[in-house]
Ligand binder design. Structure first.
Ligand SMILES: NC(=O)c1ccc[n+]([C@@H]2O[C@H](COP(=O)([O-])OP(=O)(O)OC[C@H]3O[C@@H](n4cnc5c(N)ncnc54)[C@H](OP(=O)(O)O)[C@@H]3O)[C@@H](O)[C@H]2O)c1
Length: 298
């Protein structure tokens, strides 16, 4: 059930780096009494000017609000700050927005049980600080469903359009985080390979951009079909076979070699194709390539 008094719910934000400042500003803007703490207290200046209360210690900050958000560089910093607090977190909801691996997040969830934290929610921020509190922001949450529901309205201050609950497993937000970032880097690296190839013919990146964007849009259709095939465990080649793809991968590699640009990405793409063919998937759709990704590297 969502909290009917969410508009007035007090929040503590620990960590006022680029992201923490944006988070605290979002809560403040939505009318939440906001307590903040940061190792370097000068970073609280603008927030305090806008109504936030700067706590004199982490302990005071934690003990001020039933909902505590922490967003610092890494889990070493989280432990450095929270480990000495003993019982201060008991009965509170702790939302950890610090990036980490899924095993670290699951470990933190166990740590929270030992500290009698009422609910530990792990979160991944799929946004840059200027996007916080806008419809561009996507925030992922996992942990106890009832605690998420209780604070959902408050959390919408950060990501009004995409405050997303993934499930009870405290490792899910971190796993989604890297699974989404791999798409971002995959597209960006491929775009840059294309820029380098076309640059040898004097084509500017901005001239390539409209067609690159069309291909990205087309690819979203391809992966929609592949997702259904992967979940069904059956990958008939309805568009083209992996063998056909591998022939085209040769062109990418050969061009890159001949033009004297970097060949690492084309070699990697080709290696995936070769391994899928060796595994007997030459006549399957590209979706079958998932079998290569599901196994450890050769
Ligand atoms: N920025 C982004 O675009 C973005 C996007 C998604 C997720 N994130 C995640 O958000 C988290 C914070 O990122 P950020 O961009 O805010 O980083 P940042 O600007 O470098 O801020 C780091 C924060 O961690 C604090 N900190 C580091 N070590 C500490 C320690 N040992 N004890 C106490 N405080 C410590 C810093 O305190 P001081 O100010 O005193 O140094 C500061 O508040 C990271 O896990 C990051 O992966 C960031």
């Amino acid at each position: 059930m969502s909290n009917p008094n969410a508009a007035q719910a007090p929040v503590t934000v620990i960590g006022l780096g680029l992201m923490g400042q944006a988070l605290a500003a979002a809560f403040l803007k939505n009318g939440h009494p906001t307590t903040v703490w940061n190792r370097s207290s000068t970073k609280a200046g603008e927030l305090v000017a806008n109504g936030a209360v700067l706590a004199p210690s982490v302990k005071d900050a934690v003990e001020t609000s039933p909902l505590v958000v922490i967003c610092v560089s890494d889990y070493d910093a989280v432990h450095e700050l929270l480990d000495p607090l003993e019982g201060s977190l008991a009965g509170r909801t702790l939302i950890n927005m610090t990036s980490a691996s899924s095993s670290q997040a699951r470990g933190m969830s166990k740590w929270a049980v030992e500290r009698e934290v009422a609910a530990y929610i792990d979160s991944a921020i799929m946004a840059i600080p200027p996007a916080i509190a806008t419809d561009e922001a996507m925030l992922l949450y996992c942990g106890p469903k009832s605690a998420f529901a209780e604070h959902e309205q408050t959390l919408k201050a950060i990501a009004p359009a995409a405050t997303m609950y993934l499930g009870e497993d405290p490792g899910l937000a971190s796993l989604y985080d890297v699974s989404l970032l791999t798409i971002m880097w995959g597209i960006e690296n491929s775009f840059l390979q294309g820029v380098a190839l076309l640059g040898t013919a004097g084509v500017k990146a901005t001239e390539y951009l409209p067609m690159a964007n069309s291909l990205i849009a087309m690819t979203t259709d391809f992966i929609s079909a592949y997702a259904a095939q992967i979940d069904a465990g059956d990958w008939p080649a309805e568009d083209s076979t992996i063998a056909t793809h591998v022939d085209a991968m040769d062109h990418l590699l050969d061009e890159s070699k001949e033009l004297g640009i970097n060949t690492e990405l084309p070699e990697l793409i080709k290696a995936f194709g070769r391994r899928a063919i060796a595994a007997g998937h030459g006549n399957a759709s590209y979706a079958a390539m998932v079998e290569v990704f599901r196994k450890p590297s050769a």
